[in-house]
Design a protein around this ligand. Structure first.
Ligand code: ZN
Length: 266
C-alpha cells in the first residue's frame, strides 16, 4: 500500500548518502528537534513537546532561503521524571539524553556539519541539552546552541491572560488547537493557574530563578496554566511568531561563517 507523500529535500533521514554528501557542499547547518513523551493534562495528548519541536524545525527550514538547513529526525524522549506521577509519561535520564545528543553532535561534526541548532520543545530538557551542547563544542569545536523558546517566549507570554503558563495551559492548548484540533478535549480543559508569592520563583518572570519540583506537588491535573483560555486564533498567531522569530535566527546562523559567529561578547 503506497503512502501519499511528497519528499522534502531538506530532511536528512529521507536522503540517500550520496544526496546528503552533495547537499553538505552547500550547507553546514542542521536543526535537531528534541521533545518529550509526557502528560499534558486531561485534555492534551502526550506527544505535544516532540510533535511541536518537529513541526517547528520543519516549518523553519521550509521558510528559510535556499540552501535550507537540514532537519534531523526528532528525538522524542526527554527528561520528564517530574511528571511521572501521571500515567503515560516516559522519561529518560539526564545522562542518557546528554550522551545521545553528544554522540549525534560528534557524528554530525564528522559529516562536516559546523553549526547545530537544537530546537527544544520541552523546557526541562534545557539543562541536559545545554550540557551536551557545551561538550560537543569542547570536543568538536563547532557551533552548537539550544533554543528553548528564547526567540519568541516574550511575545507568547505577552499574549497570554494568566501568569506562569508553562505546561498544558493557554499556550500549548492554543498551539495544538491550531494544528490538531481533533486531539484536544476542550471539555476537559481546566484552569490551574499558579501564582508564587515571590517573583523570583515565577516561571515567566525575567528575573525568575531556575528551580525544580515534581508536578504533582503544585498541580492536581498536570496542567500549569489556564487551558480554558486557549483558542485557535491565539494558537495560529503564536505559531506565526515562533516560526518567524526562529527563522530569522536560523537564517543568520546559516549565512554566517563559524569564525564570525565567535565574536567577543564583551
Ligand atoms: Zn509541553
Amino acid at each position: 500500500m503506497k503512502l501519499d507523500y511528497e519528499k522534502k529535500d531538506y530532511l536528512w533521514a529521507e536522503m540517500t548518502w550520496e544526496e546528503v554528501e552533495k547537499y553538505l557542499e552547500k550547507t553546514d547547518t542542521v536543526l535537531l528537534p528534541c521533545g518529550a513523551v509526557e502528560q499534558h493534562g486531561p485534555h492534551l495528548p502526550l506527544d505535544i513537546d516532540y510533535f511541536d519541536a518537529d513541526y517547528l524545525a520543519k516549518k523553519v527550514a521550509e521558510n528559510c532561503t535556499d540552501p535550507k538547513p537540514l532537519v534531523l529526525p526528532v528525538i522524542p524522549y526527554g527528561v520528564s521524571y517530574h511528571h511521572d506521577d501521571f500515567k503515560g509519561t516516559i522519561s529518560v535520564t539526564n545522562n542518557a539524553l546528554s550522551l545521545m545528543i553528544y554522540d549525534i553532535g560528534m557524528s554530525l561534526a564528522k559529516n562536516g556539519i559546523k553549526k547545530i541548532i537544537i530546537i527544544n520543545g520541552h523546557g526541562d530538557n534545557a539543562p541536559t541539552l545545554n550540557y551536551a551542547a557545551q561538550m560537543i563544542n569542547r570536543d568538536a569545536k563547532i557551533f552548537v546552541c539550544v533554543e528553548t523558546g528564547e526567540t519568541s517566549d516574550v511575545d507568547l507570554y505577552a499574549m497570554t491572560d494568566t501568569p506562569n503558563d508553562v505546561h498544558a495551559g493557554e499556550i500549548e492548548t492554543s498551539t495544538t488547537l491550531a494544528l490538531r484540533p481533533g486531539l484536544v478535549k476542550m471539555d476537559r480543559a481546566i484552569n490551574e493557574t499558579m501564582e508564587f508569592k515571590n517573583k523570583f520563583l515565577n516561571f515567566d518572570n525575567e528575573r525568575g530563578v531556575n528551580w525544580y519540583v515534581r508536578t504533582s506537588k503544585i498541580s492536581d491535573s498536570g496542567v500549569m496554566g489556564d487551558a480554558t483560555k486557549a483558542t485557535v486564533e491565539k494558537g495560529e498567531a503564536m505559531w506565526d511568531i515562533m516560526i518567524k522569530q526562529l527563522t530569522k535566527f536560523v537564517e543568520f546562523i546559516k549565512v554566517t561563517q563559524v569564525s564570525n559567529l565567535y565574536q567577543k561578547r564583551y
